[in-house]
Design a protein around this ligand. Sequence first.
Ligand code: HXC
Length: 286
Amino acid sequence: MAMIGKAMLVPLCPIRQYLRRGYSAGPAFQYILVERKGQHHNVGLIRLNRPKALNALCDGLMTELNQALDTFEEDPNIGAIVITGSEKAFAAGADIKEMQNRTFQECYRGNFLSHWNHVSFVKKPVIAAVNGYALGGGCELAMMCDIIYAGEKAQFGQPEILLGTIPGAGGTQRLTRAVGKSLAMEMVLSGDRISAQEAQQAGLVSKVHPVDSVVDQAIICGEKISRNSKLIVSIAKEAVSGAFELSLAEGNRLEKRLFHSTFATDDRKEGMTAFVEKRKANFTDK
Ligand code: HXC
């Protein structure tokens, strides 16, 4: 808890203050707040910050989110990234007002939403800390993250059907893989939401926490991950992510190749040597 207390001393800051503290360069952000958290400032926190629209994911917000992710991805001190929203809404979906008058031609020719899945290509672990509504694109954004922590009052849903459309950022695929066909079908076809507790039971969420501690808990998880070798963590993430893409045989083959590759790293040697010498490992591979 002391670590959290210390981390809490650093207030959320817009990008200008972030830059003033000497962190890596980036543009001024309008829709998100970024900060480094944790005792060693090695967890990047991105807070979606469009409160009047319940963090509806407008194009500008998604562009900024991607820029912040890239900044943390390139920062060698950052070992994990947390994405969160407000207590009322993680994100209430793609911006319906922005989409209202779009035509098929614009969507198709412009490859609408093609930049949305950037988070799923980040090599470092990304944790979603979800309070309130995670609907439509908001639920899809959470599912692109590697771990989802939910506050007790969080609600997850894919209500696009109520708007005459369907999920377009992986909802039909990732939700089905996470919770199974029957529940995914029910949610996508009816637009019904599920609670944090139901989401945990179904396997969408790994832990449910009190509303006011879910972000801190996600940061603690990020700190714990950051203490491991950053390089090996990314390799482990790639292996687990393979389970979503590949057959069992292909996935096992990928895992074996990646496992072998760890033997080319200093950190694998250090980890095993530290165990044998009964000391704490000092990982250095970035
Ligand atoms: C734009 C949104 C929005 C959204 C809320 N707002 N959700 N604006 N896009 N997705 C705006 C409202 O218009 C309103 O602003 C303000 O946020 C507060 O919302 P209220 O509806 O007044 O709040 P409340 O009564 O508390 O209801 C909360 C809610 C409801 C249940 C979450 O807002 C809601 O149903 N929102 C839409 C959820 C949804 O359908 N999401 C899927 C979007 S489609 P104003 O200024 O008008 O008062 C999608 C497609 C993904 O995500 C495809 C690929 C990415």
